[in-house]
Design a binder for this molecule. Structure first.
Ligand SMILES: Cc1cc2nc3c(=O)[nH]c(=O)nc-3n(C[C@H](O)[C@H](O)[C@H](O)COP(=O)(O)OP(=O)(O)OC[C@H]3O[C@@H](n4cnc5c(N)ncnc54)[C@H](O)[C@@H]3O)c2cc1C
Length: 379
């Protein structure tokens, strides 16, 4: 990281220092929210950095939220994941697009580390093909009514509400749906490979107060896609952090384990693994920070070309790096309950969540065809 401001560097140092406290409990979570770690981040004034100060955040940049995600995710993958989700995804959308009433109602509890908000986009018949979603909000006598269903949504059992993508008569938009609304019915709770719940819920005749509309109208879908670009950079840096965690574990283990009368890290074949893992991590981190550094908030967001390239690259290198770390450790790392075994399962989801690898490839190709290669002057 070479382009951080002094303030960002100091923030990173504070985050790294607090994150060391998480290592005892790291890899012990089995689908629960690491509430005590979130509370520690809140105490240290580090949680939800990109949420407005007025609602308990720090009013800092999205890049700062990424710095937090990397520092924390390296020490505790789960705390990193929640930090990213609550700084860069649904609560960020409320902060950016929500009414004053909505922000006051939901954000202070989120930034206090006491409430979780999900993002609900996917539907049983609309996964990658988001544009074909069927959940709709209709207007009758000035009243907004939502009907539909969402699936694979994270953090429903532990959460309070979902930023929900919907279809208005004039096009796609988003609203906030609280889970305690009587029209919200949990249909099925799946458990994913990492042990987290992913929920299918239906929405029946839910009345949406005007204050709960986040985006609507001509610009709505564009606004949502911009926030997705930042989300993708958040997901990218999270996976970089996990790859770093895996490499650290492999380095530690190989410095102690002896075979053929020497430690593993003295074999050139193992040294080359470390070099190769680091090459992948460092190119990934450079790509992510370069994409974020050239952007400025939501006024000058990172481009779809950069964010899709970063998301694709990072989601793939983490799988490879964790796999190579497992290879370095051998059978121990393949056992249930080993940190690397858990990381492998956790990391695998990132090639599907927040846009699959294939959708990132489609976006990259489309951007290249529409806009051509970025000019040297834009580097
Ligand atoms: C860990 C995890 C967390 C998630 N969290 C959430 C969440 O919180 N909220 C939420 O709304 N959703 C969430 N999802 C769902 C996720 O967004 C969807 O799984 C994703 O968009 C893909 O949809 P799908 O699974 O229906 O696959 P499909 O869209 O059915 O795709 C299946 C396969 O076909 C490929 N494919 C589809 N279209 C094309 C194309 N045009 N060209 C080439 N290949 C194509 C896909 O890339 C994929 O490999 C999560 C998923 C995971 C794994």
């Amino acid at each position: 990281m070479t382009n951080l401001t002094t303030q960002q560097r100091q923030y990173a140092e504070r985050a790294e220092s607090v994150a060391t406290e998480f290592s005892d409990e790291a890899y012990t979570w089995h689908g629960e929210v690491p509430w005590n770690n979130l509370a520690r981040l809140v105490e240290a004034d580090l949680y939800c950095p990109s949420i407005s100060e007025k609602y308990g955040g720090q009013g800092l940049s999205d890049l700062t939220a990424m710095i937090l995600t990397e520092a924390v995710g390296r020490s505790c993958p789960d705390t990193g994941w929640f930090s990213y989700m609550q700084s860069m995804v649904a609560p960020r959308a409320i902060d950016l697009f929500g009414s004053e009433a909505l922000k006051e109602e939901y954000l202070p509890a989120v930034t206090a580390g006491e409430s979780i908000i999900s993002i609900a986009i996917s539907e049983p018949e609309a996964g990658s093909d988001v544009g074909s979603m069927a959940t709709e909000v209709t207007e009758t006598d000035g009243e907004l009514i939502c009907n539909g269903e969402k699936t694979w949504v994270g953090c429903v059992p532990c959460g309070d509400a979902a930023v929900t993508w919907v279809r208005f008569p004039e096009g796609l938009g988003s609203v906030l749906i609280p889970y305690d609304d009587p029209g919200v019915k949990i249909e099925e709770v799946h458990t994913n490979m990492a042990g987290y719940a992913q929920t299918h819920f239906s929405i029946e005749e839910v009345v949406v107060p005007k204050s709960h509309v986040l985006t609507r109208g001509k610009e709505a879908f564009k606004q949502q896609l911009v926030s997705l670009n930042w989300e993708r950079l958040g997901s990218s840096i999270l996976t970089v952090a996990w790859a770093e965690a895996a490499l650290e574990q492999a380095l530690d283990y190989a410095s102690e384990r002896e075979q053929f009368g020497q430690t593993l890290d003295e074999f050139q074949g193992i040294e080359w693994k470390f070099a190769e893992m680091y090459r992948q991590i460092e190119t990934a981190a450079a790509l992510v920070y370069q994409s974020a550094g050239g952007a400025q908030g939501h006024e000058r967001p990172p481009s779809r070309l950069q964010t899709s390239t970063a998301k694709l690259h990072c989601s793939q290198i983490v799988e490879n790096v964790v796999s190579e770390a497992i290879q370095t450790v051998g059978a121990r790392a393949y056992q249930q309950g080993h940190p690397l075994e858990y990381l492998y399962r956790f990391a695998r989801g990132r090639r599907i969540a927040a846009g699959t690898d294939e959708m990132q490839l489609n976006t990259i190709a489309r951007a290249l065809k529409d806009e051509g290669l970025p000019a040297v002057s834009q580097r």
